[in-house]
Write a protein that binds this ligand. Structure first.
Ligand SMILES: [Zn+2]
Length: 72
């Protein structure tokens, strides 16, 4: 349930398309090859800030098994 909620939050904040993650607010993009660097928003974006790693967040969520899948 945790992972599901986090994934919903992620999907509200980001879009992934063509191996790029896009900020849903400012439309700044980050290709997957820069996944280990901080995301850079547009200067005016209300979500701008340091230490945002949407690729790593996504990977972390996707390797956490869903509760229903455990022992299935
Ligand atoms: Zn942004």
């Amino acid at each position: 349930m945790y992972a599901h909620k986090d994934l919903q939050d992620w999907q509200a904040a980001w879009t992934m398309f063509n191996e790029e993650i896009t900020c849903s607010q400012c439309a700044a993009r980050q290709p997957s090859r820069l996944s280990n660097t901080d995301f850079i928003h547009s200067p005016a974006c209300s979500r701008a800030g340091k230490g945002q790693r949407p690729w790593e967040d996504l990977m972390t969520m996707l390797i956490v098994p869903l509760p229903q899948a455990v022992g299935a």
